[in-house]
Design a protein. Structure first.
Length: 117
């Protein structure tokens, strides 16, 4: 799968992300491939499950920014929603939002596995 096909598969705007990366497909490919090894989502899940909502908030916020930079739009949206649900108090729907974040991350990681095939 090409990098452009990857972005099409995950529903993101390849050209917008490429522009943000200085029109360097090599740089974009390098950084987006690193995402599959990023532990931010794992840290978020662990913190949430341990009731450490301050750390979970910071991890969700970090994930949101990372996804914005890489053009991982669906995960950006779900992590942004979770960030707000954790901002001051834990919203009633935070656990459900975390499930969405996890599913969105897994979808991206699965698509990234196909990127180099």
């Amino acid at each position: 799968m090409t990098l452009e096909a990857f972005y099409n598969t995950i529903g993101s705007d390849y050209n917008a992300v490429l522009t943000r990366m200085g029109n360097s497909e090599k740089m974009l490919g390098k950084f987006v491939r690193k995402f599959k090894n990023d532990k931010t989502t794992d840290d978020l899940i662990a913190a949430f499950e341990n009731g450490d909502y301050e750390t979970a908030f910071r991890a969700a916020h970090t994930l949101k920014g990372l996804c914005a930079n890489l053009g991982l739009d669906k995960l950006h949206a779900s992590s942004a929603e979770l960030t707000e649900a954790l901002r001051n108090t834990v919203a009633d729907n935070a656990a459900e939002l975390l499930k969405v974040v996890r599913a969105d991350r897994d979808f991206i990681v699965d698509a990234l596995a196909q990127l180099d095939e």
